[in-house]
Design a binder for this molecule. Structure first.
Ligand code: UN1
Length: 513
C-alpha cells in the first residue's frame, strides 16, 4: 500500500511522532496533555502534539512581548524582506505542505496545494504592502501647522484558526501582521495541529537564518481554554478568530470585555441565485464545486441554490446529473473529487441535517449516506446530497459544515431571489448567475446582496487573496487578506505639528494669559 508520500512529507516539514505544541520559534517546549491527530483519510494516527499549559503560555507571552520591541523598530520594507523569504520557503515546500494539509484535514491534494498557493500569494502581497503602509496628510485649519496620520505596529496579535483552512488563514493574518510590525501567537485547530507544527517550523527557520529574536512567530496548542488565554489577555490587543458563529460570539464578548479588538470570520450560508438568463453550464460547475469542494467545509461553500421557477427543472436535472459523476475517496488520489469530512462528529451533523430537512418537509433529490468498505475505513466519507427545501426551514437557516445543498425556488423578479438570499442570519458570500446586466447590477447595488462577498457569474467559494475577505451579520464583520485589511493590525495616530512661534487654538478659541 502506498502512503502517498506522507512519510516523506512529514520528514521534509520536520513533523515528528511527538511534537511540542508550544513554540516561540526555534525554541519549543510544552507541558500540556497530548493531542492526537488522526487522518480522516484513512483513520491512521499521524502524530501527537503536546498542548500548552498556562505556564507555557506565560513563557510565550514574555518572549513575544520582548520580541515586539525589536521587531517594531525594524523598517517595514525589511520586515517585508523576511516575509519574502518565508514565501520562498513555502514555494520550496509547497508539495509536502499541500500533502499534509490534504492528509490531516481531508481536502483534495489539488485544494491542499491551492491552500499553500494562497499562502505564497499573501506573502507576495505583504511584501509589496510593506512599502505602502500609507497614512493621509491633512491641511490644518491653523497657520504654520501640519497634520498627518501614521500607522504604528499594534503588538501581539492572537490568531485562532479553524481546521478547514488550517494553513492559509493563519498566513493571511500573520504575513500582514508581520509586515505591520506585530508579533503573532497562533492557536491552530486541535483537529489539525500538525499542519501548525509544520508552518511554525518553516517560519522559525526564516527568523533564525536572519538572526532575529525568538517570539515573532509563536505557536500554542489546545482546545478553547488555550484560546481563552489570549482572548482574556490584555497583552493581546487584537484577536483574529476563524470558526463557528457560536465560537465567535464567545471570543467577541471576552475580547470586548477588556476593550480589545477582534477580527472575526465566522459562519456563512452562501447562496447562488440562478436567473432565467444564467449560463447553465457555468452554473453547474460553480454550484457543484461550491457545494462539494472541500466536502462542503469551506465557510464560503455553496449551501443554497435559489433558482427561478421557469428554469428550475432544467437546473435541478443538470446539477443532479453532475453529482452522478462525482468520485468520492482518498483525497490524495487525484482522480477523486470529494474527500472525507474532518471527523465522525461532522458525519453526525451531516446525517442530522439530512434527517431534519426531511422532517421539515424537504424532498431529497440526491441521496446522502455514509460510505463503508474498502477505502472508507475512517468512517468520515459521505455522499454529497441535495434536497429541495424552503428558505425558512430551520435547517436551511443554519450552516451545516458538510456537502448538503438546498434547492430553493423563486418566481417573478430577481428582487425576490435577493430577499431569499439575504433572508438568513449569516452574510459571508453570495453569487448571481446571469447574463442580464440589470439583474447583475441590482444584485450588486445597495439594495442587493448584504454579504461581504458578492460575485457575478462565478460561485461563492474560491476567493482570491487580493480582496478583503469576510462578511456581515453573524459572519462577524471582520475583513482579512487583501485590500486595506492590513489596517486592523496597526494602531492609527494623528499628528499635528506647529512650526510657528504662536500657539493658536483650534476652533478659534481665545485663551489669553
Ligand atoms: C474559509 O473557508 O475559512 O474563498 C476560507 C475561499 C477560500 C477561503 C475560504 N479562499 O473559498
Amino acid at each position: 500500500a502506498t502512503d502517498f508520500g506522507i512519510t516523506e512529507a512529514l520528514k521534509a516539514l520536520g513533523v515528528n511522532d511527538i511534537n511540542n505544541g508550544t513554540s516561540t520559534g526555534s525554541n519549543s517546549f510544552s507541558n500540556g496533555d497530548i493531542i492526537e491527530s488522526y487522518s480522516p483519510v484513512d483513520g491512521q494516527l499521524i502524530g501527537k502534539v503536546k498542548s500548552t499549559t498556562k505556564a507555557d503560555y506565560e513563557k510565550v507571552m514574555e518572549t513575544a512581548t520582548a520580541a515586539f520591541k525589536t521587531w517594531r523598530t525594524m523598517p517595514a520594507p525589511q520586515r517585508g524582506e523576511i516575509v519574502r523569504q518565508f514565501g520562498e520557503k513555502l514555494r520550496e515546500l509547497k508539495e509536502p505542505l499541500g500533502k499534509l494539509v490534504s492528509y490531516e484535514m481531508g481536502k483534495s491534494y489539488q485544494e491542499g496545494l491551492g491552500e499553500v498557493q494562497e499562502m505564497i500569494d499573501i506573502c507576495d502581497f505583504a511584501v509589496g504592502l510593506s512599502r505602502q503602509l500609507h497614512g493621509l496628510t491633512m491641511h490644518s485649519e491653523r497657520p504654520g501647522h501640519r497634520m498627518y496620520e501614521q500607522y504604528h505596529p499594534l503588538g501581539v496579535v492572537g490568531i485562532i484558526s479553524a481546521f478547514n483552512f488550517p494553513v492559509a488563514v493563519w498566513s493571511w493574518n500573520t504575513a500582514l501582521a508581520w509586515i505591520c510590525g506585530d508579533v503573532c501567537v497562533w492557536k491552530p485547530s486541535e483537529k489539525t495541529p500538525l499542519t501548525g507544527i509544520a508552518c511554525q517550523n518553516i517560519a522559525a527557520q526564516v527568523f533564525k537564518a536572519n538572526g532575529l529574536p525568538e517570539g515573532i512567530s509563536c505557536l500554542i496548542n489546545g482546545d478553547y481554554q488555550v484560546g481563552e488565554f489570549m482572548t482574556k489577555d490584555k497583552r493581546v490587543p487584537l484577536v483574529s478568530a476563524t470558526g463557528s458563529t457560536r465560537m465567535g460570539k464567545i471570543v467577541a464578548q471576552e475580547v470586548a470585555a477588556r476593550l480589545g479588538k477582534s477580527l472575526l470570520e465566522l459562519g456563512g450560508n452562501n447562496a447562488i441565485i440562478v436567473t432565467p438568463d444564467a449560463d447553465i453550464k457555468m452554473t453547474v460547475i460553480g454550484a457543484v464545486f461550491g457545494a462539494v469542494g472541500t466536502a462542503g467545509q469551506r465557510c464560503t461553500s455553496t449551501r443554497r441554490l435559489i433558482i427561478h421557477d421557469s428554469i428550475y427543472d432544467k437546473v435541478k436535472n443538470a446539477v443532479v446529473d453532475a453529482y452522478k459523476q462525482l468520485r468520492i475517496g482518498n483525497p490524495l488520489d487525484e482522480n477523486n473529487h470529494v474527500g472525507p469530512l474532518i471527523d465522525k462528529d461532522a458525519v453526525k451533523m451531516y446525517q442530522q441535517a439530512l434527517e431534519r430537512v426531511v422532517e421539515e418537509g424537504g424532498n431529497v433529490v440526491v441521496e446522502g449516506g455514509v460510505l463503508e468498505g474498502e477505502g472508507y475505513e475512517s468512517g468520515c466519507y459521505v455522499k454529497p446530497a441535495i434536497a429541495e427545501a424552503e428558505n425558512h426551514f430551520n435547517i436551511v437557516q443554519h450552516e451545516t459544515f458538510a456537502p448538503v445543498l438546498y434547492l430553493l425556488k423563486y418566481s417573478g423578479d430577481v428582487e425576490n431571489a435577493i430577499d431569499m438570499q439575504n433572508g438568513v442570519a449569516q452574510g459571508l458570500s453570495s453569487a448571481i448567475m446571469t447574463n442580464n446586466l440589470r439583474e447583475a447590477e441590482r444584485f450588486l447595488s445597495q439594495a442587493g446582496s448584504d454579504c461581504g462577498i458578492a460575485n457575478v457569474n462565478i460561485g461563492t467559494s474560491g476567493a482570491e487573496i487580493g480582496g478583503a475577505f469576510g462578511g456581515e451579520k453573524e459572519t462577524g464583520g471582520g475583513r482579512e487578506s487583501g485590500s486595506d485589511a492590513w489596517k486592523i493590525y496597526m494602531r492609527r495616530q494623528t499628528n499635528t505639528i506647529n512650526y510657528t512661534t504662536e500657539l493658536p487654538l483650534a476652533q478659534g478659541i481665545k485663551f489669553d494669559l
